[in-house]
Design a protein around this ligand. Structure first.
Ligand SMILES: CSCCC(=O)C(=O)COP(=O)(O)O
Ligand SMILES: [Mg+2]
Length: 238
């Protein structure tokens, strides 16, 4: 069955919604893991790196004098438990940006994703991304995909730094304000019910994406419209 929504903006989660969770937890995390220490040591004068390292030490309860090895141990621990801590996501994003630019990484989406994103974009809907992955990492990941460079499809990108935590309604308020959009004109797609709850609390339209074989396939999506693929929903521009 296909359900029809009308909206001006479509805001999309990445992991579990556009890409398989393994694309992030296996491909991207495994790429970042051995490169975190060298990246920190090779960029001692990069203010983004030094701020992320200082933030990581603070969050991990490490002293300012902690070594790179100690910081990397904390970062690896967060990856193991998939804690989407902002300094980790910032450092991963920088490493992935280089990996995509060097041709080491290519993003693969679920089969229904790219045709649907192109159709929505061509119909006049405006597309944005809200992911725990940093904005730099997001843009890099759309720049080199099995379907080519998709960066032109997206008008805006949001992460936990420029918007806030994905499970808090205030983050969705901040995004609506940044887009200059009425919350009711935004449709948010995510595989995580708590993210949909937060978006709905700000008045957004929500669509749960319960994909076969993904961690949230059998989650309780409550009152949120829920689909197993983008083929089950039609979004028409207002
Ligand atoms: C290149 S973007 C990587 C996405 C990522 O790091 C991540 O943690 C995905 O989280 P999401 O909020 O999209 O589920
Ligand atoms: Mg997700």
């Amino acid at each position: 069955m296909t359900t029809t929504l009308s909206a001006r903006w479509v805001v999309l989660d990445i992991e579990g919604t556009l890409t398989a969770t393994s694309q992030v937890h296996v491909v991207l995390y495994d790429y970042a893991r051995p490169r975190l220490g060298p990246w920190i040591d090779d960029h001692p004068d990069d203010p983004v790196v030094t701020a992320a390292v200082a933030d990581a030490k603070r969050l991990a309860g490490l002293p300012e004098s902690a070594t790179t090895v100690e910081v990397v141990a904390a970062l690896h621990g967060w990856m193991d438990e998939d804690r989407k801590a902002a300094p980790l996501k910032t450092l991963q994003g920088l490493i992935w940006e280089r990996g995509y630019a060097d041709g080491d990484l290519t993003t693969e989406y679920f089969p229904d994703v790219v045709p649907t994103l192109r159709a929505w974009h061509d119909s006049g809907l405006r597309l944005a991304v809200f992911s725990s992955g940093s904005v730099a990492g997001q843009i890099a990941s759309f720049s080199r995909t099995t379907a080519g460079n998709l960066t032109g499809l997206f008008a805006s990108h949001f992460d936990t730094v420029n918007a806030g935590p994905k499970r808090e309604a205030t983050s969705y308020r901040a995004i609506a304000t940044a887009l200059g959009a009425d919350p009711a004109d935004i449709a948010f797609f995510s595989d995580v019910p708590a993210e949909l709850d937060a978006a709905a609390a700000d008045g957004w339209q929500t669509v749960g994406v319960a994909r076969a074989g993904e961690p949230y396939e059998h989650a309780d999506f409550g009152a949120h419209l829920t689909v197993a693929s983008f083929d089950e929903v039609k979004v028409i521009p207002r």
